[in-house]
Design a protein around this ligand. Sequence first.
Ligand SMILES: *Cc1c(COP(=O)(O)O)cnc(C)c1O
Length: 235
Amino acid sequence: MSVISQNLQAVRQQIAAVADKAQRRADEVTLLAVSKTFGAQEVLAAADTGQRAFGENYLQEALAKMTEVQAARPDLALAWHFIGPIQSNKTRPIAEHFDWVHSVDREKIAQRLSDQRPAQLPPLDICLQVNISGEQSKSGMTPDEALDAAPRIAALPRIRLRGLMAIPEPQDDPALQRAPFRQLRALFDRLNEQGLRLDTLSMGMSGDLEAAVAEGATIVRIGSAIFGARDYAKQ
Ligand SMILES: *Cc1c(COP(=O)(O)O)cnc(C)c1O
């Protein structure tokens, strides 16, 4: 068994165990395999074990990888999620090639993705990225901005607003890890009370997966625990 398939199995077991402890069903949590900086071969190795959803941060790298994977396995239907920072002049290829975008941090980006989503594709599924712990350096809407913009974004014709995403400041202490996830969940509940129909909380990475699942994550974005440490110099 390859290292990637062993890692995937371990991560799936970890998700199942925490979900069980939180009295949730394991199938309420989708595992997004974050393949940034890794190649088509690694994606194919993960796909061989049944993994279908992949997350990417860098547009050019992602498009080249998709082409390579498609050429190697034309039969394979994968879901590609864009999770990186978005420049407004890069929205068109994102709207054309991805199934999901987790990192919508401005209303203008949502508008452009809706305008540019090709008519023959289903609406693009999106999450609003929220800067929940208020760090200066992190991208994301403030909770107040998200409350204000979400109803207008949800009304755009060619995207479907599915939920919220956050990347809290890294914390080693599991007790401290839970607080920002709980805040994101509270914002999600508030938006649904206001009549939106959100079903997605994209939260949790390799280092804080358990805290995120305990607080209600429906998508966890896991990179290094599956593919190993990233080597950015190789890109
Ligand atoms: C890289 C990345 C991940 C995966 O991080 P790991 O710590 O390797 O699991 C998840 N989400 C986002 C937005 C990322 O950029």
